[in-house]
Design a protein around this ligand. Structure first.
Ligand SMILES: [Zn+2]
Ligand SMILES: [Zn+2]
Length: 324
């Protein structure tokens, strides 16, 4: 089958035609992949900041497709269905999993990072992680279902956001834009802080408000950029008693004066992915989040390397079309 492979060297991406097809294990379904989104985590893989267990490596974790085969014991009802893949497989036995916080599972398999990814013609997926898509979801919405779930889980963990709440989203990369869309769907038009004009304009077209220099007093700040300077910005703009939800992954120290946290009695909370199975189930129940609106460029599988290059600079989310 066709597959995209990343080699040892940064950006050494190529599409091959002779990669072995996956063999179905017990309880798995075979998904013919239709589309795969690219996000910041994939770029960290491509440029070598994140390493994987072995090379060459198949990247990709934001995918939808069609179930074309099911193993014995896997839900027959999935055969022929259009599905989105939940690309994190927790152990379901550890204390975190037992408490429902599967995102904290120390033994979680992370598709595309600790187990091979989805940028290939076919993938074998545990049946509970292949979610049937509602008929009214476009292919663009389907590509964005996974990062939309990341955004919705962060909002859920924030807890008490009423319509009309004053929110700030820092960063309008694809995750920041999906955060804006998720908030708009909740009746909140967030302010957005993004230095790149194209990305900022796209976020505004989705219902966000461009934050000006003096805009502050936000009860909730969603930090999606991962920029080391973003935390200081978030603290400055937060209202007394506000919560700052950290979603962006930086990997670098954030230098900031903590006095504002003390004086304003701010709460800092991290939010990583989503918990199985509730958060994906909730995403697919939601109607009316046009998640595909954040997509812009799409590339065929054969041009995956160009797609990865473009994803780092283009406004809007870049994705790869498998062409089945
Ligand atoms: Zn992602
Ligand atoms: Zn676990």
């Amino acid at each position: 089958m066709r597959a995209v492979l990343l080699g040892h060297e940064p950006w050494s991406l190529r599409t091959v035609r002779d990669w072995p097809e996956p063999v179905l294990g017990p309880g798995q379904v075979l998904v013919r992949i239709s589309g795969v989104g690219i996000c910041g985590s994939d770029l960290a893989l491509a440029d070598g900041r994140r390493r994987v267990p072995g090379y060459p490596w198949v990247p990709g974790h934001e995918a939808f497709g069609e179930v074309v085969a099911t193993a014995d014991g896997a839900d027959r009802g999935l055969a022929g269905r259009r599905v989105v893949i939940e690309p994190n497989y927790p152990c379901l036995h550890c204390p975190a999993c037992q408490a429902g916080q599967t995102s904290l599972c120390p033994d979680r398999a992370v598709v595309g990072f600790t187990v091979p990814g989805l940028l290939a013609d076919y993938a074998a997926v545990p049946e509970a992680y292949a979610w049937p898509l509602p008929d009214n979801w476009t292919e663009g919405d389907a590509v964005c279902a996974e990062p939309l779930t990341v955004a919705l889980a962060a909002i859920r963990r924030r807890g008490d956001l009423a319509p009309g709440s004053r929110c700030l989203v820092i960063g309008a990369g694809s995750q920041g834009m999906l955060m804006c869309l998720a908030l708009v769907a909740r009746g909140i038009n967030p302010h957005v802080l993004e230095p790149a004009e194209g990305r900022r304009d796209l976020a505004v077209s989705l219902g966000a408000i461009a934050a000006a220099a003096g805009d502050d007093g936000f009860g909730t700040v969603f930090e999606t950029s991962g920029s080391p300077a973003a935390l200081a910005e978030a603290l400055t703009r937060a209202a007394p008693g506000a919560t700052i939800m950290l979603i962006g992954l930086s990997g670098q120290p954030a230098l900031t004066d903590t006095e504002l946290i003390v004086r304003r009695q701010l709460s800092l909370r991290g939010s990583i992915i989503y918990d199985h199975p509730g958060d994906f189930a909730a995403t697919l129940r939601i109607a009316g989040v046009p998640a595909g609106a954040v997509l812009r460029a799409s590339y065929p599988l054969e041009e995956a390397a160009a797609a990865f290059r473009a994803a780092g600079t283009l406004a809007g989310k870049t994705w790869i079309r498998l062409g089945h």
